[in-house]
Structure formats: structure tokens, C-alpha cells
Design a protein around this ligand. Structure first.
Ligand SMILES: [Fe+2]
Ligand SMILES: [Fe+2]
Ligand SMILES: [Fe+2]
Length: 458
């Protein structure tokens, strides 16, 4: 009986009666955690495999957030498993072929409708259900470290599921064919989920045979970046803001506007990084953990750009946000070359006179406090990314100087590769039009004064 005059018992984890309940033994706990860890990792892979070619901008934002949250869950689950079992059971392979059959199927969604209906509403939903059951069953005192991990993971999943439900409703509400496809895909995956005995398992002794699989061959993700119908100029690869923002002939307010466009274009970094992460499945978990965080940061930077432009009344979907950076690297460079170029670019942003410090001061000089606030954090994140890039290239025996050298050749070769895609050129000088609309005067530079736009930037 709680006593109002006493310090709460058992650090408020549970009552004496609740803490006296017998929960999962360690063996069963670890068996379940191994399946959760693997499912989280495969959910992350689902999102990364589809982010680049997914045209809907807002879907990319959700995928980027959730793949990072999943990476956080994977990391904590791995640590918890290793706390409970020595030697640590294998963490980088599937704990169960029947569970993997479900996850392989879920990976085969053909578009956002199926991904939201399947990967989210079937697999992630079932994972959240398994966490609820685990939290209700395991002993709150002896297994507190697991409970703490699952509670916070469950909160993430519930937010992700609320987002995906709203997204799926938006995509199917006025499209009965899409709604029917979503339902058929859910039924298909539920048969695989049932055969696996749910996410927690174990698989049924004699399950009903699920329908014939889509997963008949190794999965081949599509890394051609796409944008939805609101956007134009995807294949117009010269982007004036890349040279305007640091041209001394241009006043601070115009350079700041260029920075906000550059931030928005940073969506091309997650579109490129996803391919590195998928194609470097040989790399250790820590590699994927680091780059997962960076991918989410880059997406947030693009979102910061859209927020700042929206605050100024700019419809940023009208800016020709070309897909050249991810297109040339994903389809015309090796994963290690992509990694090298990404690091070289981030490293080039570190000198104070020209890099992120300069960008932050540009926003201040333009008397734009929101832009300065965003660039303050963009700067902090990019310092972290330079560290991540340096650490993982060093493992490949590539130092900073070598990376800078190699990048020039990768840049020239992949820029030339873009020629086969060129089309969709904006007819007018869109930059001058934007400057006139936002700042009420023409751009300080005419197109012929802007110089070479084939620069190394993201
Ligand atoms: Fe970036
Ligand atoms: Fe950034
Ligand atoms: Fe970065």
C-alpha cells in the first residue's frame, strides 16, 4: 500500500507486487531481442532502398527520420543483447529464415502506397505490438534496462505509424485503385507475418503456405533520384546559388537567399547517401549507424531550407531542384568514390573564411535571424559529418589529401556523365526571377557574370 508519507518504493519502477511477477528468462529475452534487432535493421534498409527513387518529397522526409530512429533502436538493442549473453550471439545475420521471408517480401513494395501499407502498417505495426507485449510481460525490476529501450523505441514507432497512416490515407483517399493495392499488399504480407509467428516468433510448426513470393531474385534497388509532379528542372544541372552565395560582388541578402536554396537542395545528399549505405552492406554496423545519422541531418538541412523559404512566402517547389549530384554519383561512381567525394566536400566546408562559419555570418550580415539560426546548426552538423567521413575513409586507407585529389577526377568524370540526361532546362533565368520576387530588385549578377557553374558542391 503506497504511503503518502514515505519515499516511493523501488525507485518508482513498480510496486512490490508487480516486481514480484516472473517475467521472461534471460534466454527468452535474448531470443526475442535478436528478432527485434534484425527487424529494425531490415526496416531501416527498406526505407533507405526506396528513399532515392521515391518522388514524393514529404515521403523522403519521413523515411529519412524513421531510418535514423530505427538505427538508434538497433544500436541500443545490440548493446543490450551483448550485456546479457557472452559470447554475443551473431547480430549481423537473420535469426530466422521464416522471419526473413517476411522482411524480404516487405522490401519489394513497388511505390509509397505499398511501402506505407506494408513495411509500416504490417511490419512496423507488428513490431510495435511485440514491444507492447514485451513491456507487459518482462519483469519491471530485473529487466529494467530492456524496458527502458523498448519504451522509447515504442514511442518512436507510434509516431512513425501515425505519420504513415496519415500519409497512406492521403495517397489512397481519392484513388480507389491505390486503396485496393494497399489492401492486397497488406494481406500478402500478413500471410508471411503469420507464418513467422509474428515478429517475436517462434515460427509456427506447420504454417499455412503463404502466397507465392515477389522475392524471387536478389533485390535490385533503384537509385535514380526522382521528384514529384510539383517540381521542374530536375535535369537542369547548373544551379546558380552554388556560386552566388560566396561571390563578393553580391550583397549579403542575395547571398543569403542563395544559401537557403542550397540548403533546400541538400535533399540530394540523402538521395546519394542511401545508395552508399545499401551497397556497403559489407561494412560494420558502426558505419551504418554513423551514416544513418548523417543522412537524417542532411534531410533536416533540406527541410530547414524549405522552412526558411516558406517563412518568406516562397513556393520552394518552384525552384529547379535538380537531381544531378545523386544521379551522377549513384549511377556513375563506386560506393567508395561516393564516400570519398562526400568527405572531400564536407572537409572543404571547414575553413572559416569560406566554409560554414562564413555561411553563418552571411545569414547574420543579411539580418535574417531565422537563416542564422538554421546555419548555426547546419554548421555544427557538418563538423560532425567531416569527422564521420574522415573516420571511415581512414579505415579504407584514404587520408584527407588523397581524398581531395581523387575527388577532382571523380567530379570531372561524373559531371561529364550527366550529359546523357540533360533536358528540362528552365526557359528563363529563374534565379533572377526569385531575387526580384523576394528582394524586389534584379540579381546583382547577370547570367554571363556568374562564371563556371560546374562546381564541386552539394
Ligand atoms: Fe550537407
Ligand atoms: Fe548542411
Ligand atoms: Fe553533411
Amino acid at each position: 500500500m503506497p504511503d503518502d508519507n514515505a519515499v516511493p518504493e523501488l525507485a518508482s519502477l513498480a510496486s512490490y507486487a508487480d516486481a514480484a511477477r516472473i517475467g521472461y528468462p534471460v534466454e527468452e529475452n535474448v531470443r526475442r531481442l535478436l528478432r527485434y534487432q534484425w527487424t529494425e535493421r531490415r526496416l531501416m534498409r527498406d526505407l533507405l532502398s526506396h528513399l532515392t527513387a521515391e518522388p514524393i518529397w514529404e515521403a523522403k522526409c519521413g523515411y529519412a527520420l524513421h531510418q535514423w530512429q530505427d538505427a538508434e533502436h538497433v544500436d541500443r538493442l545490440r548493446r543490450r543483447i551483448s550485456e546479457m549473453r557472452h559470447p554475443v550471439p551473431p547480430l549481423d545475420e537473420s535469426p530466422d529464415a521464416v522471419l526473413d521471408a517476411l522482411l524480404e517480401e516487405a522490401l519489394r513494395s513497388s511505390d509509397a502506397v505499398e511501402l506505407l501499407a506494408g513495411s509500416y502498417a504490417v511490419v512496423r505495426e507488428a513490431l510495435a505490438g511485440a514491444y507492447r507485449e514485451h513491456l507487459a510481460t518482462t519483469n519491471p525490476l530485473v529487466d529494467h534496462p530492456t524496458r527502458r529501450i523498448l519504451r522509447s523505441a515504442l514511442a518512436d514507432h507510434e509516431e512513425a505509424l501515425a505519420w504513415s497512416e496519415a500519409a497512406l490515407a492521403a495517397l489512397t483517399r481519392h484513388d480507389p485503385a491505390a486503396a485496393a493495392r494497399a489492401l492486397a499488399w497488406q494481406n500478402h504480407l500478413r500471410a508471411y507475418l503469420d507464418a513467422a509467428g509474428g515478429i517475436a516468433g517462434p515460427a509456427l510448426e506447420d504454417p499455412a503456405a503463404p502466397p507465392p513470393p515477389r522475392a524471387l531474385a536478389p533485390f535490385a534497388p533503384d537509385f535514380h533520384p526522382r521528384r514529384d509532379a510539383r517540381f521542374t528542372g530536375q535535369y537542369a544541372f547548373e544551379f546558380p546559388p552554388h556560386v552566388i552565395y560566396n561571390d563578393p560582388r553580391v550583397p549579403a541578402d542575395e547571398r543569403n537567399l542563395a544559401l537557403l536554396c542550397k540548403r533546400t537542395l541538400e535533399m540530394d545528399v540523402p538521395e546519394m547517401m542511401a545508395s552508399i549505405m545499401i551497397e556497403r552492406s559489407d561494412a560494420p554496423w558502426e558505419f551504418h549507424y554513423d551514416f544513418s545519422r548523417q543522412l537524417w541531418d542532411e534531410t533536416r538541412h533540406a527541410m530547414m531550407g524549405t522552412v526558411a523559404l516558406t517563412a518568406r512566402g516562397v513556393d520552394w517547389t518552384r525552384i529547379p531542384l535538380n537531381v544531378g549530384f545523386a544521379l551522377r554519383l549513384n549511377l556513375h561512381a563506386t560506393p567508395l568514390e561516393r564516400q570519398t567525394m562526400l568527405y572531400a566536400i564536407e572537409q572543404s566546408l571547414m575553413p572559416g573564411e569560406t566554409g560554414k562559419r562564413f555561411e553563418f555570418h552571411t545569414a547574420e550580415d543579411a539580418a535574417d535571424p531565422l537563416s542564422a539560426h538554421f546555419h548555426d546548426y547546419d554548421w555544427a552538423d557538418e563538423v560532425l559529418h567531416a569527422h564521420i567521413g574522415r573516420r571511415w575513409l581512414k579505415r579504407e586507407g584514404i587520408g584527407t589529401e588523397q581524398a581531395m585529389e581523387r575527388t577532382q577526377a571523380i567530379h570531372e568524370r561524373t559531371w561529364a556523365a550527366l550529359d546523357r540526361y540533360r533536358s528540362d532546362q528552365p526557359a528563363e533565368d529563374w534565379w533572377d526571377g526569385l531575387v526580384r520576387r523576394v528582394l524586389g530588385r534584379p540579381s546583382a549578377l547577370r547570367p554571363e557574370q556568374r562564371g563556371d557553374l560546374r562546381i564541386l558542391a552539394e
